[in-house]
Ligand binder design. Structure first.
Ligand code: ADP
Length: 381
């Protein structure tokens, strides 16, 4: 009987999964299947491929799939029909926020779950869904160990000045510091750099994770030296529905002058700003790139402007830059955005190979570029 490991990444509208299998104890784990339930709460669909990328399933889900528990029930049905007799020996979860207490992957206990639940207000788009999946698995498979892996973990060990939020001591003592996120994506990029781009792997590299959430990580010798995300995943770059850095005085203004409630401000900051807020049309980069509306153009212009500006800031933090790596939905699939960010960063010695960029080659800088530029497939694909 083979052993199975399940890896879950539970979001607000999707449950992504991988199944790893080993034929017997002591043998190697290999990717057996991966896929997702998407459209949770709207039009749920189940998609799965085998380890080689061949489609195994692509179906509309009948019945209500409205949350992590019902999505997991659908996934469990499929797993049972495909892997009937084999057992699940462990479940790994992506968890966005580990806070000050958790950096390394940890076996989930009731105490750990309590720590993580206290962090929900700091990552309201993700943490509640991550934890709901842990609870749903615990209800179905109470004996199976579950491990939480944190998006904040990769960034621990940054210089003190990079982690600091310069507020009074008594506030900082309550774990108010810059944490950084997207760490599992950055850790993956760091792990493949020696193979994909050996000439920069030990150097100063800026990785641009540009998806619905967007951030940059400054790495020195494949370790995080700084990142554009801070205490929460609101800081830094312009995102699909989040604004990135804003003057904190604006938040005071929303409370004091516009008399908005904390819930209203949270909704504005997490769900109504960024590309959607600027364009008034969409948070989807594809829609904005195709639109002729001036507001869509302004949203794309701002996205590029902020990314280039932050690349300059992180270059200063690193004392120079040897490599730039693009990843995630926009970073991997939008050559126009890569080109525009690189053009705006030409002053750093970045020169793009236009043909390689549109062809989606891994290396997209020209041979004479002082900084080598790469496009890297994200871990999830
Ligand atoms: P997340 O995992 O954070 O939900 P993704 O990494 O999947 O996000 O990225 C989603 C973003 O990628 C969306 O803004 C989407 O428009 C954009 N995207 C995906 N494919 C393309 C493409 N071909 N051109 C431009 N943008 C794209």
């Amino acid at each position: 009987m083979s052993d199975n490991l399940l890896v879950l990444n539970a979001g607000s509208s999707s449950l992504k999964f991988c199944v790893y299998q080993r034929p017997g104890a002591g043998q190697d784990w290999r990717l057996e299947a991966k896929g997702q339930i998407e459209g949770i709460g709207t039009a749920p669909r189940f998609l799965a491929k085998d380890g080689a990328g061949t489609a195994l399933a692509e179906t509309k889900l009948i019945g209500e799939v409205r949350d992590a528990a019902s999505a997991l029930a659908s996934l469990a049905d499929w797993l049972r029909s495909r892997y009937g007799g084999s057992q699940v020996v462990g479940v790994g979860h992506r968890v966005v926020h580990g806070g000050a207490r958790h950096a390394a992957p940890v076996v989930v206990t009731p105490e750990v779950l309590e720590d993580l639940r206290a962090l929900e207000p700091l990552a309201p788009l993700h943490q509640p869904h991550n934890l709901a999946a842990i609870e749903a698995v615990a209800n179905r498979l109470p004996e199976v160990p579950q491990v939480a892996c944190f998006d904040t973990g990769f960034h621990r060990g940054q210089p003190a000045v990079a982690e600091l939020i310069p507020l009074p001591r008594e506030i900082r003592d309550g774990d108010v510091q810059r944490y950084g996120f997207h760490g599992l994506s950055y850790e993956y990029i760091a792990s493949v750099l020696p193979e994909v781009a050996p000439e920069i792997a030990r150097g100063r590299v800026i990785v641009a994770h540009l998806g619905s959430g967007a951030s940059l990580c400054a790495m020195r010798d494949r370790r995080s030296a700084d990142s554009s995300f801070g205490f929460t995943a609101l800081d830094g770059l312009c995102m699909g529905t989040r604004p990135g850095s804003v003057d904190p005085g604006v938040i005071l203004y929303l409370f004091q002058n516009l008399r908005l409630s904390p819930d209203e401000v949270e909704t504005i900051l997490y769900k109504k700003s960024g590309l959607l807020g600027i364009s008034g049309l969409s948070n989807d980069m594809r829609v904005l790139l195709e639109s002729r509306e001036a507001s869509a153009k302004l949203a794309v212009d701002y996205f590029v402007y902020r990314a280039a500006k932050e690349i300059g800031a992180l270059t200063a933090a690193l004392g120079g830059v040897d490599g730039l790596v693009f990843t995630a939905g926009i970073g991997e699939n939008a050559p126009e955005i890569r080109r525009r960010i690189c053009d705006a960063s030409a002053w750093l010695g970045i020169s793009l190979d236009a043909e390689a960029n549109t062809r989606r080659a891994p290396r997209i800088s020209s041979p004479d570029s002082r900084v080598s530029v790469w496009s890297c497939r994200p871990m999830k694909n």
